[in-house]
Design a protein around this ligand. Structure first.
Ligand SMILES: [Zn+2]
Ligand SMILES: [Zn+2]
Length: 257
């Protein structure tokens, strides 16, 4: 099975999986690049998976469905380009012979879902849309900090070697913020240097992994003393519970330059 991030717009990736014959794409915000790739590789589009309703994740769905007859699967509770198969927590979808578990991960949007499969060529894989990014997390457009923290906590509980396929190349700007939160995190410094080298050659920094994110992503580290301390320095006197720390980090990141 081949895993490929197709670049779209300024910083999106449309993740694609194929077995040399049939392909799956996730969150096609546009259709032209995907159609050109399918033609170039001689692949048939079998299935489109959607994580949430934002246009940069759904804009290419109708055209691709029309051109290829691909099946479309998306979240149960979001406005979606019909027709599609709607799925939610506890559902499983079978695509290209793989079984994906559907997780509901509200926060960025109210009905955001993620797709997890425990074994592709020896390692698990997660399509998490705009919920978890490398070094960061999605903005809270439709959810509360408590909801987003709960969603991220469940993603963080996946196996350490889970490949994390996020939709945006936000890694370097996320890491700049992460370093402001945890200036003494050695793993974070090493990872930042590695990502800077990748981006200097225009290579993706993704996929990341759950094990790595737990070491470097402040939004998964709200229980770490250094992270709590930075949140308290930002909001003096604020409580130290995980939800408050998370909310402080998220608001800080919103205005961080
Ligand atoms: Zn989004
Ligand atoms: Zn997006």
């Amino acid at each position: 099975m081949h895993l490929i991030p197709l670049p779209a717009f300024s910083d999106n990736y449309i993740w694609a999986l194929h077995d040399g014959r049939k392909a799956l794409v996730v969150d096609p915000g546009e259709s032209e690049g995907v159609a050109a790739w399918l033609a170039r590789e001689g692949l048939q589009l079998d299935t489109i998976l959607i994580t949430h309703h934002h246009a940069d994740h759904t804009g290419g769905v109708a055209a691709l469905r029309e051109a290829t007859g691909a099946r479309v699967i998306g979240p149960a509770y979001e406005p979606m380009p019909e027709p599609l198969q709607r799925v939610g927590a506890g559902d499983e979808v079978e695509v290209l012979g793989l079984r994906f578990a559907v997780m509901e991960v509200p926060g960025h949007t109210a009905g955001h879902i993620a797709y997890y499969t425990p074994d592709i060529d020896g390692a698990p894989l997660l399509f998490c849309g705009d919920t978890l990014f490398s070094g960061g997390c999605g903005r809270l457009f439709e959810g509360t900090p408590a909801q987003m923290l709960d969603s991220l906590t469940r993603l963080a509980a996946l196996p350490a070697d889970t490949r994390v396929c996020c939709t945006h190349e936000y890694t370097l700007s996320n890491l700049k913020f992460a370093q402001a939160v945890e200036p003494d995190n050695a793993a974070l410094a090493a990872y930042t240097a590695r990502c800077q080298a990748q981006r200097a050659q225009n290579f993706p920094t993704l996929p990341s992994s759950i094990g790595l994110e737990k070491q470097i992503n402040p939004f998964l580290r709200t229980g770490e003393a250094a992270v709590v301390q930075s949140a308290q320095a930002r909001e003096p006197g604020s409580p130290t519970d995980a939800v408050t720390v998370f909310a402080t980090l998220r608001e800080w990141k919103n205005v961080f330059r």
